[in-house]
Each structure stands twice: as C-alpha cells, then as structure tokens.
Design a protein around this ligand. Structure first.
Ligand code: ADP
Ligand code: MG
Length: 232
C-alpha cells in the first residue's frame, strides 16, 4: 500500500518559543518503490521520519497507509505502537542491535514483538539474512560484525513480518561511496521484492545517484530545504 505524508508539520517546544522542524511537507510513496528524502543536517529529515513511523505525532497533518489514517496529532502512543509493529519497519541511523543476541535472534525477537511465533518466522528470518548477504553470519553477535554488516542485519530485522512501509535513516552516513551505493541498491531491491513503500533519508545525494539535493526534478521542496525524489 502507498504511504502518504499529507501536509505534515512538526513543531518542537524550544525554551520559551517553538522550532518548526517539518514545515508542511507532502510526499506520497507508492508501494514497492523507494523515495529519497534529501536535505542538509538540521533540515528536519529525522523528524519527518519519526512522524512517518509513529514515533512522534505530527503537530498538523496526517500519515496514511493506503486509505487508513494511521497517525495524526491525536494518535495515542499505544495506537501508534500497534500500527508500527503491524505495518512499519524502521532502520535507525545507528543499527541499535542488542549486544547479547545473534543476527538470527535479532530478527526472531522482532518477529515475536510483532506477534509472530519465532519458530514460524525462522524461515523468513533466514531468507532475509540471505537477501542481505548475511547467511554466513546468522549466528554471530553484533560485536563480531562490521558496521556495514550490523546495518544489513538491521535492514533485515526491519523487514521481518513483511511490513507495508520501510523507513531508513541515513543508511550511508558511515559507509564509503561504493558501500553506500550497494546499501541503497539493496534497500531499493528489497522494497520492490516485498512491495514496501520505502523512504530513505540522506544528507548525501551523490550516494543515491543524484548530483545535488536540489535538482530540477525535486518533487517538492520545503522552506527548510527537504526534497523528496523517487529512486526506483
Ligand atoms: P536532520 O535529520 O535533517 O538532521 P532533525 O530532524 O534531526 O534534522 O532536526 C531538525 C531540527 O529540529 C533541528 O533544528 C533539531 O535541532 C531540532 N530537533 C530535532 N529533534 C528535536 C527534539 N526532540 N526536540 C527539539 N528539537 C529537536
Ligand atoms: Mg537526521
């Protein structure tokens, strides 16, 4: 199903005044495709991702998956958590794996949190680890993996249970250009295969195959210089 961010504004309290981190952004991401959200540091990319993932309610606007309004200014934490577990996978900027669990166990725990029996999800977990090139490392803990490998485990973990939406924050920030491009290719391929509406945040347009963040094909640019572009 398509992901719609409809006129999203997010305002943070800032001492006595306020800070508008996301200013009236409209983006639609068709299912199975990947859209890059580009903009310099501080332009509100992570804030918008947090709204899209139900981690922060918008100050104004709505998030829809297909026809369903899933997040709006009045969404409760409990409702947002349920939606996130059922329908959304998130890869944070730092992989946030649990140190004591193997790669396979990270995926199984996530399947359990999503309400699936780990045993029934083992086959999908192994398939996803294979998709991200981590089959040989399924029984290793994070300390035994490189940064790029941990990130691929986090991508596989986000996709367990086949969420309708995949949100990825700055996947290339710790990688060189070649590895960054490989991770973007991996994400776009998985989005297509799993039919997930995918939003990837980056401050580095070149890794996504774009020269500059503000090219003529930017679908929409806010005053705070976020732009969204379809990658695949
Ligand atoms: P980006 O991910 O593009 O670097 P962020 O969304 O992290 O941008 O931040 C956008 C703006 O919102 C920045 O000015 C940042 O300082 C501010 N900000 C981010 N998170 C919070 C928060 N939880 N409370 C208050 N201000 C925040
Ligand atoms: Mg950020």
């Amino acid at each position: 199903m398509d992901l719609h961010l409809d006129t999203i504004t997010l305002v943070y309290p800032d001492g006595g005044s306020t800070l508008t981190a996301v200013d009236d952004v409209d983006v639609t991401i068709p299912s199975g495709t990947t859209t890059a959200l580009l903009g310099p540091s501080g332009s509100g990319k992570s804030s918008l991702l947090a709204v899209a993932g139900g981690l922060t309610p918008p100050t104004a606007g709505t998030v829809r998956i297909g026809q369903d309004v899933v997040f709006h200014p009045g969404t409760t934490v409990a409702a947002a958590t349920r939606t996130r577990l059922d329908r959304i996978g998130i890869v944070f900027q730092s992989p946030q794996l649990l140190g004591s669990l193997t790669a396979l166990e990270q995926l199984e725990l996530h399947a359990h949190l999503r309400g699936n029996r780990p045993a029934s999800m083992r086959a999908q977990a192994m398939d996803l680890l294979a998709e991200v090139g981590m089959s040989d490392h399924a029984h290793k803990r994070p300390a035994q993996l490189s940064g790029g490998q941990r990130q691929r485990v986090a991508i596989a973990r986000a996709l367990i249970g086949t969420p309708q939406v995949l949100l990825v924050d700055e996947p290339t920030s710790a990688l060189d250009h070649v590895r960054g491009t490989q991770v973007i290719d991996l994400i776009t391929r998985l989005a297509r295969e799993l039919d997930a509406a995918t939003l990837v945040v980056s401050h580095d347009a070149s890794t996504l195959g774009f020269g500059r963040p503000d090219g003529p094909d930017a679908r929409r640019t806010t005053r705070r210089r976020i732009s969204a572009r379809c990658v695949s």
